[in-house]
Write a protein that binds this ligand. Structure first.
Ligand SMILES: [Cu+2]
Length: 148
């Protein structure tokens, strides 16, 4: 939000100014983005993507003792983002966004593959550990799964 607004507001401060004809357009875009941010003119999903959200909004860690636990992918975020499950249980990821997502461990040892809207994938976890994972399509979407 801040970066987009400052680019539009101070084009002359850039070391290499954009072509003259492009500056007014940039200002317009900057104003439009600012208005959208403040007025909620666009959906949360688009808004979140524009600002690279995914690991910013606070979330409460979840400890699940269920045999099957679900992680929802919504607004370019994993919910819960910090999940602990019991060894031998399964975790299901469901994509609630229009955009495709996946959940892939940082080390690449497991992953859901690409999930389109309302698609899901269930993975079994039988090795205790803490696994950082991300959406490889939107790498700023990060989360952690801990198996105990
Ligand atoms: Cu994604």
């Amino acid at each position: 939000m801040t970066a987009a607004a400052s680019v539009g507001a101070r084009p002359v401060a850039r070391p290499k100014p954009w072509p003259r004809a492009f500056v007014p357009l940039a200002i317009l875009v900057g104003v439009a983005l600012s208005m959208a941010c403040g007025g909620g003119l666009m959906g949360n999903e688009t808004h979140g993507q524009m600002h690279g959200r995914g690991s910013q909004a606070p979330q409460t860690p979840v400890l699940s003792s269920a045999a099957e636990t679900t992680v929802e992918i919504l607004n370019f975020d994993f919910i819960p983002r910090d999940l602990t499950v019991e060894n031998g249980s399964t975790v299901t990821w469901i994509n609630r966004d229009a955009a495709p997502h996946d959940a892939t461990s940082d080390d690449g040892t497991w992953g859901t593959g690409t999930l389109r809207r309302d698609e899901r994938a269930t993975l079994p976890f039988d090795a205790p550990g803490s696994y950082s994972y991300l959406c490889t399509i939107h790498p700023n979407m990060k989360a952690t799964l801990t198996v105990v």
